[in-house]
Design a protein around this ligand. Structure first.
Ligand code: FEO
Length: 393
């Protein structure tokens, strides 16, 4: 892939990773991803914003073949999918300085063993004059590490946001064409790594509000030439107000828990509550994370295995606890054969969730009529709780 022009003096560089299916040995990437870097060439100085995953360093180096001088290498974020090729760039351009936050500098030294004298640290709001173009650095911590910042190029009304507003999509089109597809990918991305920091991200969005932004150029996925919708989507995702939605991860071994899951789902639907089911034996964990962005209530369904929760249900509880979604209510349903502590075990795994626990229901064997009626009462309680709050539709 060649360099691509975004503006007479700004080019996209980077690598499209069509094949990657897993990030951090954890996060599914059904649509691949890209590592975007940007070249900003002023009258006197040239800046490269971020690099690429080191596995694709050769692509970036080839794109830079006709670029004689880089004065500044801006590092928005120390994670290696953007920073990992910095050492090779510094080797090729011995006078280039790494421009980054004071927090990122020691991280880059630790992760990449870059010499200390190659750095220039920038304060929040500081600008760098390139000659006819200027870069303003805005500290935006926790999108999604503590050191992150973004860069604003006022002469082009362009924001370089790194992971912020990014999406894992491999695509030839430079700009977003299919908004629905990118919305889903960006939500998945937000759900998997940004959600735990939504309160501080909300402050970062407010901080960007005064800027006139016509283009957002993230470091994953496509460039937004009409960025209003992705900023609106982020405002919804970081909002503390959940939707009228139950996120329902479950696992069933011999069908008893499944009967309960289906019964409770149908009952919730009759009460006008949306439900999203995730069979943990087969589900894409990213889809569950996306559901947790919106859910007002989480219900976990589990059978009993070796006297405790099914390990897949424990995984879902661990994940939810780490992602800290905005849900306000939680319950647990399931079955057992002869005994066990599945409810206590799962309830003990979610200390980060600020939820009211609605009475769990664990039945012995297959649920009977009276237990199905109890599920109906749980559905009515959830519907009532949702109606009393200012939930979104
Ligand atoms: Fe795309 Fe947090 O690195």
């Amino acid at each position: 892939m060649d360099k691509r022009k975004l503006h007479p003096r700004v080019h996209w560089l980077g690598a499209i990773d069509w094949d990657r299916r897993l990030f951090d040995s954890l996060i599914p990437l059904p649509d691949g991803t890209s590592y975007n870097a940007y070249l900003v060439q002023g009258n006197h100085k040239t800046a490269l914003l971020d690099t690429v995953d080191p596995a694709m360093a050769h692509i970036l180096l080839a794109q830079l073949e006709d670029v004689e001088k880089i004065d500044y290498l801006v590092s928005h974020h120390a994670e290696q999918d953007h920073s990992g090729t910095i050492p090779l760039i510094l080797e090729r351009y011995p006078d280039a300085k790494v421009v980054t936050t004071a927090k990122a500098k020691p991280m880059l030294i630790d992760l990449l063993q870059i010499a200390e004298d190659r750095f220039v640290t920038v304060a929040d709001g500081e600008s760098l004059d390139l000659g006819g173009l200027s870069l303003t650095f805005i500290h935006t911590p926790w999108v999604h590490w503590p050191e992150t910042m973004v860069t604003y190029l006022p002469e082009a009304k362009m924001l370089f946001s790194c992971d912020f507003f990014g999406s894992h999509i491999a695509a030839n089109d430079l700009y977003v064409i299919d908004q629905g597809r990118v919305h889903e990918a960006a939500k998945r991305y937000f759900a998997e790594i940004m959600m735990p920091f939504r309160t501080v991200i909300e402050k970062n969005i407010t901080k960007l509000a005064p800027l006139a932004i016509e283009t957002i150029a993230p470091s994953h996925g496509q460039v937004y030439d009409r960025p209003a919708w992705i900023m609106d989507a982020y405002r919804d995702w970081v909002s503390p107000t959940p939707h009228n939605l139950v996120s329902f991860p479950f696992v069933s071994m011999h069908g008893s828990t499944r009967i309960m899951v289906d019964h409770l789902s149908a009952s919730l639907a009759r009460h006008g509550v949306r439900v999203e089911l995730f069979n943990l034996a087969v589900t894409d964990i990213g889809k569950l994370a996306m559901s947790l962005v919106d859910a007002g209530t989480i219900v976990v369904g589990t059978p009993t295995v070796l006297l405790g929760a099914h390990p897949l249900a424990a995984y879902a509880a661990f994940l939810a606890n780490a992602l800290k979604p905005k849900a306000r209510f939680l319950s647990i349903v399931g079955s057992y054969g002869w005994g066990g502590k599945a409810v206590e075990q799962l309830a003990g795994m979610i200390p980060n969730l600020k939820v009211e626990v609605l009475e769990p229901l664990l039945v012995k064997g297959v649920p009977r009529q009276e237990e199905l009626a109890q599920l109906d009462r749980l559905a009515a309680t959830i519907a009532e709780k949702h109606s009393h709050e200012s939930f979104r539709a």
